[in-house]
Design a protein around this ligand. Structure first.
Ligand code: GMT
Length: 375
């Protein structure tokens, strides 16, 4: 198939999932065309059968903000015509499903361009439900020829918010070869020179991720266990997290690593992932951690219970219950046998349930269903 993919090319989970999907589809013989504002981070080197089409946006003094959605629609229609796309798969409803709708309409009546929209989370639970975007988000989803959601939780939330329930759940995935633990003692020794345990947090540091909570949890852990905290990523709450680290007297043991291109390499030195988010429709970082044999302590919210098996691959605790999160971490870090068992179970569960070998064919089958329905 000739497949177009549109996503946000930034460090967000939706862009990562879209990029990984493109890589997997290309490896399975499809031609994949990324139509994005810039090259998605995980596609630094374009492998065979993947082409990148940059959305060009002309600036003009009248524009306070560049009309990205219109430039995107133009590019989507152009690429669809040039390369003969069979399907256009957009990730994150806003504004991508609307741009795709415009592209499809522009190509009528001579060309058909079936659209699939994958919902990732805040496009429904935060931005999409806001009054300013609610109607257009509903419209974009309704107009899509097929809709998928990354968790059952998100499917339910979409059904409740928009009254649209005809949605296929296809979970996020990992590549079992690329997403695996590759021990690196030298790197570990650099991060934890006294052989301390390494606790990690990975996010875009938006308030929803509760990054400063990680510092509070870590300060409690440090009272009982020799440990270091590595904060991977960047975003609006980083300064607040740094400030909390100073206030709690643990700044010397917290390393802010910034954005990292290779998450599996980072996770390969971690003993535990903290994901105390207020909301996650899936929690891709939790899955990537489990694939790298890293147990997870996360909030019991949204789609996380579909990803982390409580008591088996990690612990799920109410958001904001920092005491309980710290206690669970201390228990796990002190008990080597329990830690080894959970690390093994985490990898086994990630591969068993979320391996790309199983999940990507679900997308291919969905593409075929949608194409069949339209003929
Ligand atoms: O968090 C966002 O605002 C959007 C999105 C992103 O691009 O990172 O995150 C969502 O999609 C990820 C990939 O499917 C999920 O792993 C995240 O749980 C989800 N974020 C939320 O639901 C808050």
């Amino acid at each position: 198939m000739n497949i177009g993919i549109t996503c946000y090319p930034t460090y967000g989970g939706s862009g990562i999932v879209a990029s990984e999907l493109g890589l997997e589809l290309a490896a399975r013989g499809h031609s994949v065309h990324f139509i994005c504002a810039s090259l998605p981070t995980r596609l630094a080197e374009l492998p065979e059968r993947i082409t990148f089409h940059e959305v060009e946006m002309m600036d003009y003094p009248l524009f306070e903000h560049l009309p990205y959605d219109l430039a995107l629609a133009t590019k989507q229609a152009e690429v669809a015509l040039d390369v003969g796309l069979d399907i256009l798969h957009v990730h994150y409803a806003i504004p991508h499903s609307i741009s795709a709708f415009l592209a499809r309409e522009m190509l009528k009546p001579n060309h058909s361009l079936p659209i699939i929209t994958t919902l990732h989370g805040t496009d429904i639970t935060l931005v999409g439900r806001d009054r300013s975007y609610l109607q257009i988000t509903r419209f974009g989803i309704q107009q899509s020829d097929g809709v998928t959601a990354v968790s059952h939780y998100l499917r339910r939330a979409t059904c409740e918010t928009f009254g649209i329930c005809h949605i296929r759940v296809i979970p996020n995935f990992i590549n079992r070869e690329r997403s695996r633990r590759r021990p690196n003692e030298a790197h570990r020794a650099r991060l934890a020179p006294e052989g301390e345990k390494i606790i990690m947090h990975i996010s875009n540091f938006r308030p929803l991720k509760r990054a400063p909570d990680c510092i509070e949890i870590f300060a409690r852990i440090r009272e009982k266990v020799k440990a270091r905290l590595v904060m991977v990523g960047d975003g609006p709450d980083r300064a607040q997290a740094e400030w909390v680290a100073q206030q709690r007297g643990v700044a010397d043991f917290v390393h802010f690593a910034g954005k990292q291109p290779n998450i599996s390499d980072c996770l390969s030195v971690a003993d535990l992932l903290l994901l105390p988010s207020q909301m996650e429709s899936f929690g891709l970082a939790a899955l990537e951690a489990m694939a790298c044999e890293v147990p997870v302590i996360a909030s019991r919210v949204g789609g996380l219970p579909e990803v982390v098996k409580h008591g088996v691959t990690g612990y799920l605790i109410e958001p904001g219950n920092l005491e309980a999160m710290a206690e669970a971490a201390i228990r796990l870090l002190r008990d080597e046998e329990l830690h080894r068992e959970m690390a093994e179970q985490a990898r086994a569960w990630a591969v068993h349930r979320f391996s790309s070998d199983q999940v990507v064919p679900l997308y291919e089958a969905f593409y075929r269903d949608v194409l069949q329905r339209r003929t």
